[in-house]
Design a protein around this ligand. Sequence first.
Ligand SMILES: [Zn+2]
Length: 350
Amino acid sequence: MNAKSDLSPIKQIPIIEVAKRLGIEVRGTKAMCFMGHDKASPSLSFSINYNTWRCFGACGKHGDAINLVMEKEGLDFNAALEWFSNNFNADVKRQFSGQRKRTCSIKQNNAMVAPVQKQSEFFSDSELYTWFVNKCAFVSNPVGVNYLESHGISDVAASRFNLRQMSSPARAFRMLLQQWGEDRVFRSGIAWGRDGKPISLIWGSYALLFPFYDEVKITYIQARMFEKEPKAKFLNLRGITKPLFNADRLKSLPAGQTVHLCEGVPDVVSLESKGLIALGVLGATSFRTEWVDRFLKFKVVVLGDGDEGGAKFAKDISKYFIDRGKPVQCMTLPKGKDVSDVLAQDGSAK
Ligand SMILES: [Zn+2]
């Protein structure tokens, strides 16, 4: 009940501020859609008057600030609220103490209901993901091979992490539909579409696939894309909560070991190629406070890329640990370099 009145501070944050904090590059009231389907012109539009957003492109998504965070970060409703308290702490607090009136309880009530429906729309379909990834070929296309080489990813690591390539989106999409049917393909978040009907695979061109494992099951897939036009290099599944990459690594690891926490997936595979222990987080905002528990008995090194985003990543992730009284070492790589750059240089120097 209290949660109802607590939503209004979030709803008063300007939608464009929320979008910017999510890393969406807003020009005026427009942006390239965060789902990655825009090629030339931006189809994401923000309404300052209504404080809402809508995509007029392939995904057709729309909603308020909370929906935006849920969609962009793949969070559920409660995790999205947590995101707001982490990212707009001051604003929320000020509003909490200032206005406690419940003048528009009906509106807020709707807002509570809508995300629940959204949440059940997509689900992590490990049966489908596992089947699909294992149908895809090992990385043999020069584009993919070069990428792995330049990121210091050895053949051994590529096969250990079961990295695959997807070369023909249309064929892959047909295969998926045939095996699993429209409803499951849509709800697995692997396809564009509307109202439960899948239209095409989210990956519209050659893609390098990084499967996320929980034991032998694949619970998530992130893809590295190579086309020049769409801005998104990495594409995530639609509406699926982003898990930790290489999370299984901690299960049999003796206490006291050093664990590197990286932003993104390729850095993890690079570090593991060099015999280090690494896990990946798909953006600081996807980190869940409860994950801290898994790291308590290890030495944790948070690695940020050498840019503004990387420094913020390292700072934000460290905060989760420090808040729990767990000290972490924070490292930022040289400016403009990521782990793979440093390792690739290191490798070629030898
Ligand atoms: Zn869109």
